[in-house]
Write a protein that binds this ligand. Sequence first.
Ligand code: C5P
Length: 304
Amino acid sequence: MSTTNPSAMRVTAPAKINLHLRVGPPTADGFHPLSSWMVTVGLFDNLEFTLTDTPGVRLTSDDPALPTDASNLVVKTATGLLDAANLAASTGVDITLHKRIPSGAGLGGGSSDGAFTLLALNQLLQLNWSPDRLATLASRYGSDLAFFCHGPSSICTGRGEIVHPIAPPCAKYAILILPPIHMPTPAVYKRFDQLLPSELGTRNSELSPPDYATWPTLTAQELLPKLINDLEPPAFSLSEPLADLHARATKILDARIVRMSGSGSTLFTLYDTRDEAETNADRLRLTLGVNVQPVELAPNRGAK
Ligand code: C5P
């Protein structure tokens, strides 16, 4: 985070990937219990905040497709924080969002923007709320927001909002394959509920957490075979182009394991070195004809 004037601040909000994502059957509230290792990646939205004495939250964005009204998580979280801090009657905030993280891509862009809005306003308004207190407020607005209040590497359980920080992976780089496919998260979970265990095809149907403690010490080649995303079968059954892209990427990378993040559509694989990630990203980009980006895993917060 950077501050030049005490009532203004700029932050960079990172995307995340789910390295591992196990999903259980839905509970009475319709949500699914999860066990997921989430890490931030070096792909960022930029947010600028200016406090004013005109009450209200005003958001502008360089992405014309993005709603900037009360349905946007940035507006929701800023409004929620001002209310919770009893400042809504006296204080307002103007926010500009430079959108770089694609939406509907399983990268948590909207959630990151919402969580970093809370972190920035906590600092700007000098509230000194703890990350836990911010995460509790954040989780009202979506399952992924609490993760971003802690970052950069955590095991997330519950519906995603129970966050246990863990060391980042020893594999420091990923390739993100970013097809122009928007995956609607509720529809992917709904399809998950419709698929038979045989169609889900997961290696074990239990949600008992693996021994995550050793996973951060593994190299990319050691870690990749352990990773599962239970939402791949439903996402691939909803989008044939995504299933096809997954198969082609795997083949181009000589059968390297390629996983999907969240409910899709981003696909990724891991590397130990920047060189390997860059070289293989070039190979994929040439052949797949979609946006492919090598990124750092768990970059320092605020880095670009
Ligand atoms: O919490 P979030 O807004 O990210 O959830 C979007 C949708 O994804 C929910 O409305 C629900 O359909 C589904 N979901 C779920 N179980 C979770 C997280 C999300 O069923 N643990």
